[in-house]
Design a protein around this ligand. Structure first.
Ligand code: HEC
Ligand code: HEC
Ligand code: HEC
Ligand code: HEC
Length: 254
């Protein structure tokens, strides 16, 4: 799916986006093929649906069999060091085992979208040179300081979540003292949110564990446009509305 088509679908709103889905690509929840993460039409050479992100051999790292070149940035928030509830905003780089650095390997604007480790028995290819590093590009997550690791203005990621109303330690950060007073869903995973746990020894895996739960980019988005996606932008909740399906209310109880 092209950027232009994707934005058009988003602007038209959910109802029309679904109607137009046949023309514009996959509908929310219908899988990667035809979605904004289907790069088979963008590549300079014929590739498969998984190539830009995963490879069975000679991957960047075994975890996720990750094929896309990881950014060398260190991610942090330049404008504040702590959330309102007193949790230190994390710092992480490509050695962090959580998913957000994988997303940011494309979405921070420093690495070409098609820069992969291995494809068709050939190393180090650039299958698609676009970098999404224009400040006006909505797909650039480091928009305040393009092409850097500055996440200023973005919701926390690689950050603890107070699962079951208990402070968590995740990515070396512990939930601030006022986080658990109120305002959280006890178990967002029950509503289709993907939570992760950090065992404290550098191992991060999917699933919530009391005291060591955290959130990543893919807590709110499914990069595969899978069954938990209910709206545009691969969202695990709705972009609009005020009921329990609204993305923000799946974690926050406000
Ligand atoms: C291989 C590079 C790459 C990786 C890795 C990647 N993305 Fe993307 N993503 C893109 C590009 C390029 C687009 C814009 C496609 C277009 O122009 O329509 C995009 C689009 C999106 C969109 C908008 C979808 C839409 O329907 O408009 C979201 C949301 C998104 N990505 C989130 C993520 C998240 C979250 C992750 C990690 C879990 C991730 N991406 C990993 C390259 C990537
Ligand atoms: C745009 C990048 C992108 C593409 C394309 C992509 N994936 Fe993924 N994949 C990811 C990311 C990021 C994760 C980690 C997501 C998470 O754990 O929340 C992941 C996780 C996985 C996992 C492990 C976790 C799970 O959900 O089971 C498997 C298996 C997987 N992908 C298979 C595939 C296959 C097969 C394809 C092609 C049909 C594919 N992926 C295409 C980015 C991608
Ligand atoms: C707390 C939930 C949440 C987390 C975490 C999250 N996103 Fe999003 N994301 C959203 C929502 C909601 C939107 C739609 C925003 C809008 O345009 O109104 C969105 C939109 C996007 C878009 C489409 C363009 C835009 O900005 O509207 C991209 C690309 C994207 N996110 C990538 C990411 C990446 C990469 C990460 C991790 C660094 C991430 N997201 C983490 C909720 C989240
Ligand atoms: C996956 C769970 C999750 C989702 C979904 C989610 N949040 Fe959050 N949100 C968190 C966590 C965890 C924190 C950090 C709490 C802390 O440690 O202070 C947070 C913090 C915040 C903060 C406080 C920031 C600060 O520095 O004071 C705001 C505001 C916020 N989120 C708004 C939103 C909005 C708006 C949405 C919907 C687009 C949303 N959140 C969706 C988990 C989530």
């Amino acid at each position: 799916m092209t950027l232009r088509k994707s934005l058009a679908a988003a602007t038209l709103g959910l109802g029309l986006a679904l109607v137009f889905a046949g023309a514009a690509g996959a509908a929310p929840g219908d899988g990667i093929a035809g979605s904004a993460h289907d790069f088979t039409d963008d590549a300079s050479t014929p590739v498969g649906l998984c190539t830009f992100c995963h490879t069975p051999h000679r991957a960047q790292q075994t975890k996720l069999l990750w094929n896309h070149t990881l950014s060398s940035q260190t991610y942090s928030w330049s404008d504040t060091t702590v959330t309102t509830n007193g949790t230190t905003l994390p710092t992480f780089d490509n050695t962090w085992q959580g998913i957000s650095k994988n997303c940011l390997s494309c979405h921070d604007g420093t690495v070409a979208i098609g820069d992969v480790a291995w494809f068709n028995a050939t190393p180090g290819q650039n299958l698609f040179t676009d970098q999404h590093n224009d400040p006006a590009d909505p797909f650039l997550t480091t928009f305040n300081n393009p092409g850097t690791g500055d996440l200023a203005g973005n919701h926390p990621v690689a950050h603890p979540f107070p699962f079951q109303a208990t402070p968590s330690t995740y990515n070396g950060v512990t939930s601030g003292t006022t986080v658990v007073s109120s305002g959280w869903q006890a178990d967002p995973a029950a509503a289709g949110i993907r939570l992760f746990n950090d065992d404290g020894s550098g191992n991060v895996s999917a699933g919530a564990v009391v005291g060591q739960t955290g959130i990543e980019c893919s807590s709110c988005h499914d990069p595969h446009n899978g069954g938990d996606v209910v709206d545009v932008f691969f969202l695990r909740g709705t972009l609009t509305g005020s009921d329990a399906n609204y993305i923000c209310l799946k974690c926050h109880d406000k």
